[in-house]
Write a protein that binds this ligand. Structure first.
Ligand code: COA
Length: 165
């Protein structure tokens, strides 16, 4: 199944509000039980951050990634939240590839502070922990060159039904 990614900046307030309402409707049954839907929702709801949204070909919301550049560190894009509603279908990787394209365009690297599932994703796509980082709060990084290489890597599309998680 092919998917498409839509980028929305912090300034697109009306589009963000409409998207939030849509996510509330489409994911209403999932919020209590699905961590991916909650993370994606929190990302959409954070109007201080830029956003990537993943949609199915028939326009269903599949997930979201929110990101920003922090004051004092213009060299990196920070992934704040990422969540997908169907896991192990390559959707997280797809969102990470899209944010890597944005990073590559600005010669930036990527930093992500993970949950347990986030760690599996970030490690799985080749990000590494920052040398000398806090061992209790390891963040995962791509250098600008690594972000560019990942952005350009052809993605393998998992078989229908995804992989067992
Ligand atoms: C983290 C999350 C976004 C990953 O998205 P996903 O679409 O399931 O991940 P993908 O299918 O793109 O996986 C890409 C790679 O990451 C690794 N990976 C991801 N999830 C994994 C898991 N549960 N077990 C083992 N490896 C995993 C694998 O290397 C995988 O590649 P492969 O499928 O070729 O083996 C998703 O699990 C999620 O929404 N979790 C809940 C919210 C959350 O914790 N977000 C992280 C905040 S930092």
């Amino acid at each position: 199944m092919d998917t498409r990614t839509v980028a929305l900046t912090r300034d697109s307030i009306q589009e963000r509000e409409a998207l939030l309402e849509r996510a509330g409707q489409e994911w209403a049954d999932m919020f209590h039980s699905h961590s991916g839907a909650r993370y994606a929702w929190d990302g959409i709801a954070d109007f201080d951050e830029d956003l990537l949204v993943l949609e199915s070909p028939d326009g269903k919301l599949l997930g979201a990634l929110s990101f920003c550049t922090r004051n004092g560190d213009e060299k990196n894009i920070y992934v704040s939240r990422i969540g997908v509603i169907l896991k192990r279908r390559g959707y997280g990787k797809r969102l990470m590839q899209e944010v890597s394209r944005i990073a590559a365009a600005g010669s930036q690297g990527i930093v992500a502070l993970p949950t347990d599932e986030g760690r599996l994703l970030f490690r799985g796509i080749g990000m590494r922990t920052r040398p000398g980082g806090d061992p209790h709060q390891l963040d995962y990084t791509f250098t600008p060159d690594e972000a560019k290489a990942f952005a350009e890597r052809p993605l393998e599309i998992p078989a229908p039904g995804g992989r067992a998680s």
